[in-house]
Unconditional design. Structure first.
Length: 428
């Protein structure tokens, strides 16, 4: 017999089904609540609300577990490639050797971006933020591929759109970097892989390919994999809800990029480095900043700390911290903010305020230090998060469509004025 939950309203009791996920998670199905009782549930920030059933990512915030399609993030980060993880997320299973080879070559074949897209760059002020440029350019792809606007695309057509976006995103990101420097773009190379192509377009020159240390390429691989999906977070929920109106993939991902930009979400990686720089310029002591973070009258928060779901170490942060030590040591980079970050982490982990609220370092705490060691400026950090998150957004958009989910449309509890009489200010 399946579990039920009962709710009693005005003397009437309603039995609500209790659903159990494959990892044992429980959910009370309230989808018929309003029809049967006239009541809705209220849950600002959706802290307790499951918006969908999903088979892509599982995370247990209490235990610090993250798995994609049943594979642990630790295994994937250590042993797989970014495109393998992308395929796994989007299509549900790891690819065979042949399928992976085709997936790679299809994506490589779509890395060139239409030259007319360059015209957009001329219109951006030279100091415009890379995330604004990225969302604009990804949205603009729909203008170049109008077939993507058809919400009834065949599976084959939808796959083409997916491959197109996976191929073009690194190129677009590299154009944004080049624009920030005023340098000419570097085109993708046929004989390069996904990550070395991306890094070459970022750091190479038109007639001089750049050769990267394996440690650099591996750090980039790990970072992209660690960001690849994280179930129903703010940007992913945005992608799903925009897509639920049958908006095309480019428009949906562009919306997700904007949601990611905020400093409470993906924008935290830029904010962390800026915070660490502030601490350094202020003499390096962390106590003042801890006190500010705890002061309820001060809007300052410890960036890179805390998470809606993790009430234990973010497993991604553990992997990133080690990768950070490794890559800095291999590259011989001595970044003073790394020591400040470690001191701040220790101080926060031993502070009662952070202990009581179960606030731990999240994925953004150390990632910026690696990006900086690789040569990126801080405004590019969230764009790199978006590049990593792209397969997850695509997978979630596709799952929502495959499951024919209804248009996303939350309700509200109206608390405004009731029945006011309009008195005209002047005669019409
Ligand atoms: N510094 C100081 N206090 C904090 C912090 C922090 N970073 N995070 C949470 N708190 C406090 C908060 O003030 C509240 O205290 P109280 O119970 O006394 O009112 C309590 O902890 C619970 O916080 P909340 O804001 O209700 O929690 P939330 O789930 O709504 O917010 C969060 C989650 C990630 C937005 C928040 O922890 C935060 O602002 N962190 C800093 C920004 C950050 O690093 N974001 C990256 C998130 S991970 C990457 C991603 O996927 O986006």
């Amino acid at each position: 017999m399946s579990d039920t939950a009962s709710i009693t309203l005005n003397g009437n009791t309603l039995e609500l089904p209790v659903l159990t996920g494959t990892e044992g998670e429980k959910a009370i199905d309230i989808s018929k609540l309003r029809d049967q009782t006239g009541h809705i549930t209220l849950d600002p920030g959706y802290k307790n609300t499951g918006a969908t059933k999903s088979a892509i990512t599982f995370l247990d915030g209490e235990k610090g577990i993250l798995k994609h399609r049943g594979y642990s993030i630790e295994d994937l980060a250590e042993k797989s490639t970014f495109l393998e993880v992308a395929y796994l997320l989007i299509y549900g299973d790891l690819p065979s050797k042949e399928t992976l080879a085709k997936f790679r070559s299809d994506i490589k074949g779509q890395m060139m971006v239409h030259e007319d897209m360059k015209n957009f760059f001329a219109g951006f002020p030279s100091k415009s933020h890379p995330m604004g440029q990225l969302s604009c350019l990804v949205g603009a792809l729909s203008a170049f591929y109008p077939e993507s606007l058809n919400p009834n695309q065949s599976q084959e057509e939808e796959d083409k759109t997916i491959i197109n976006l996976l191929g073009k995103m690194p190129t677009i990101v590299s154009w944004i970097q080049k624009k920030s420097l005023g340098h000419p773009v570097v085109y993708p190379k046929k004989d390069f892989g996904y990550i070395d192509n991306f890094m070459n377009m970022i750091f190479g020159e038109a007639n001089a390919d750049k050769v990267f240390d394996d440690a650099v390429l591996d750090a980039m691989r790990i970072l992209l994999i660690l960001h690849a999906d994280h179930e129903q977070n703010c940007s992913t929920s945005t992608v799903r809800i925009v897509g639920s109106s049958n908006a095309n993939l480019y428009a949906s991902i562009s919306a997700g990029i904007n949601a990611l930009w905020g400093p409470l979400h993906g924008g935290a990686n830029q904010a962390v480095i800026e915070m660490l720089e502030d601490i350094k310029n202020d003499g390096g002591g962390v106590e003042k900043y801890l006190a500010k973070a705890k002061d309820k009258n001060d809007p300052f928060r410890l960036m890179g700390f805390g998470h809606r779901v993790y009430k234990n170490f973010d497993p991604r942060a553990k992997i990133i911290k080690k990768a950070c030590d490794d890559v800095l040591a291999k590259l011989g980079v001595n970044d003073p903010v790394l020591e400040i970050a470690k001191g701040l982490e220790q101080a926060a982990l031993n502070d009662q305020y952070f202990i009581d609220r179960k606030l731990y370092p999240n994925v953004d705490f150390y990632s910026g230090i690696i990006y900086r060691a690789l040569g990126f400026n801080s405004e590019m950090f969230t764009v790199l998060f978006a590049l990593g998150r792209l397969p997850g957004w695509i997978a979630q958009w596709k799952e929502m469509r495959d499951n024919k989910e209804p248009i996303g449309r939350p309700r509200q509890l109206y608390i405004g004025e009731v029945d006011r009489v309009y008195i005209p200010l002047e005669e019409r």
